[in-house]
Design a protein around this ligand. Structure first.
Ligand code: UDP
Length: 359
């Protein structure tokens, strides 16, 4: 297949602004290349791809970022800023589409979903978030009515947010596990990783770490610096050790040194990349029982689940998680979170869609 993969209209690949979509894209592209497909990636200016994606062609366009849907009110109208990156990306798609068998959209945005019936090359969407906007819910429901095979999701918990006309196609996610080293001997510290934004609930992880008397190493882009400052002020000085936004190499080294990862989503987390990345380093995860992480964590094997938004329950889950075998976490990630398995599932989905289209 000749596949055009369209990235998020928020930031460039490698900046961290796109959150989990950045890793999803590189895993998907690397995995499909290795299965013999031809990949072109269309993304914001300044984007870089990891070495494993070197055989993909990278096209970049400049433009103004989309405001993130998850930071708008649920009822917000669709916004297209002047000089928008989103419109530049999709102008290029429409111009070049005849060169491809399939277009695969990874951006969580109204415009590409709305375009689904109108492209001459089939347009498929891997939806990267749960429900955060009525306008997005509506357009996803419309695509599901007319083009159900064109939609896929990461987890059942995420897909359950939407009104779908058939059982969802679920793909999970995949990681380049060679890049995550197993660390059998952690330091006396806990970890937290992700975009530092209210939907990620860092304040609860900080409170739990303070109660456990362990420092919390925080890895990620301070998408909302005022929020980060409020969290820091809410716990005793020295509880949080800020590491900033790290490359995957630096991230996995820091993760490996943690006794457990705390994961505290305040929203219906679509997947939870950092959960599997931590496990790949041998780090058990204590998470709220909410969204994707509740499907990834096997209590007593690779982590522990806590009642959502309950810090006391999170503290108890962290204690259970720290007692687990680190090797079991790595093993689970190898079984369920590899690029190879993810790419097989993506390929199966895209080939079914193309076959159905040619019938
Ligand atoms: N991440 C990173 N460096 C950091 C912290 C996070 O590269 O310092 C990446 C991490 O590898 C993960 C992504 O940011 O893939 C966050 O994805 P997740 O699914 O956990 O949350 P999202 O941001 O998509 O809501």
């Amino acid at each position: 297949m000749r596949v055009l993969v369209v990235s998020t209209p928020v930031g460039s690949l490698g900046s961290g602004q796109g959150g989990g979509v950045e890793i999803t894209l590189s895993s998907l592209v690397a995995g499909l290349l290795e299965r013999g497909h031809q990949l072109t990636v269309l993304a914001g200016e300044g984007s870089v791809l990891p070495p494993r994606c070197a055989r993909a062609e990278l096209w970049t366009v400049a433009g103004v970022d989309q405001p993130s849907w998850q930071h708008q009110p649920r009822e917000a109208a669709v916004q297209i800023p002047t000089g928008s990156l989103l419109s530049q990306l999709w102008r290029r798609v429409l111009k070049e589409q005849s060169r491809f068998d399939l277009i695969l959209n990874l951006g969580y945005d109204w415009l590409p979903l709305w375009l689904t019936p109108s492209t001459s090359t089939p347009l498929a969407h891997l939806v990267s978030m749960g429900s955060v906007s009525l306008a997005m819910d509506q357009v996803i429901a419309e695509v599901s009515q007319g083009y159900p095979d064109h939609l896929a999701f990461h987890t059942a918990a995420q897909a359950a947010d939407f009104q779908l006309s058939q059982p969802p196609i679920l793909l999970g996610n995949g990681f380049d596990l060679h890049r995550y080293r197993f660390n059998p001997s952690p330091d006396a510290q806990l970890g937290w990783a992700g975009r530092i934004a209210p939907e990620k609930g860092l304040e609860d992880a900080a409170a739990a770490a303070a109660q456990l008397g362990l420092p919390l190493v925080v890895m990620g882009l301070a998408a909302d610096p005022a929020y980060a400052a409020r969290v820091e002020a809410s716990v005793p000085a020295g509880t949080i050790r800020w590491r900033g936004f790290l490359t995957t190499d630096a991230l996995q080294a820091e993760l490996g040194r943690c006794r457990a990862l705390l994961n505290t989503p305040k929203w219906n987390e679509a997947f939870g990349n950092v959960v599997v990345e931590a496990m790949a380093c041998g780090v058990p995860v204590a998470s709220y029982r909410r969204g994707g992480p509740s499907e990834l964590i096997r209590e007593g094997l690779n982590g522990a689940l806590a009642d959502p938004d309950a810090v006391t329950s999170l503290v108890a889950a962290a204690q259970r998680a720290m007692a687990l075998e680190r090797q079991d976490c790595r093993h689970w990630a190898e079984q369920h979170g590899s690029i190879e398995r993810f790419a097989e599932r993506v390929e199966g989905w895209l080939q079914t869609l193309l076959k159905a289209r040619s019938c």
